[in-house]
Ligand binder design. Structure first.
Ligand code: CA
Ligand code: CA
Length: 204
């Protein structure tokens, strides 16, 4: 299980000084803009080439302007970057990578993720990676910490291999993320077998 650090964006540029002076502390100015907009808003200055993204950056593009500074304090011509990609809203991703064998025509098997954050869900996305040689043997359900069972897969599909896909549940908004989430899987037809390879929860 893991939780990523808050998103960051890094500025890089090639420093060159005509006199051969060593680089000093460069100044960075961070800007935010709507995609395709012609105006930018200054949102931060400093000497760090890294900015921690904030929620207001989501859906926007970022620019950084560097004022190159040599070790003796002389400044060069400011250089503005091109626009970054559109910043995605911060997505928290919990995963469980532990393999769980799914017995042939057997009982339900379970894999759990415990979430301690008490934040609420905006959109629930479940990414499932069940490796199996006959996908329509499978029933896959998610038991939520708030007592609701979501049926992700109910023996649909074909004789193709595996169930590797995301399931999106926008209607779970405002529920608490906190608690024990259980993925359970059953193999309901004889012969082919497989295992839960990995699954995860993405909240945003
Ligand atoms: Ca089977
Ligand atoms: Ca695995």
């Amino acid at each position: 299980m893991r939780r990523p650090a808050p998103g960051t964006i890094n500025a890089t540029f090639a420093y060159r000084d005509a006199d051969g002076d060593a680089p000093g502390l460069h100044a960075y100015r961070w800007y935010r803009a709507s995609p395709n907009a012609t105006t930018r808003t200054l949102v931060g200055t400093g000497t760090s080439p890294q900015r921690t993204l904030v929620s207001a950056d989501a859906g926007q593009v970022m620019y950084v302007e560097v004022v190159p500074t040599s070790a003796d304090g002389a400044t060069g011509t400011p250089v503005l970057s091109p626009a970054s990609a559109v910043v995605e809203a911060n997505v928290v991703h919990y995963t469980n990578d532990t393999d769980v064998a799914i017995p042939d025509t057997g009982q339900w098997v379970e894999s759990k993720i415990v979430v301690e954050d008490t934040g609420s869900i905006e959109t629930l996305r479940i990414d499932v990676r069940v490796l199996h040689t006959w996908q329509s043997d499978l029933e896959i359900q998610l038991l939520t910490p708030y007592g609701k069972t979501l049926t992700l897969w109910n023996r649909q599909g074909t004789g193709a291999d595996h169930v590797i896909r995301d399931f999106l549940y926008p209607d779970e908004a405002l529920r608490s993320q906190c608690g024990v989430w259980t993925l359970r899987v059953r193999d309901a037809a004889t012969q082919d077998v497989g295992h839960i390879d990995q699954w995860g929860l993405k909240f945003r």
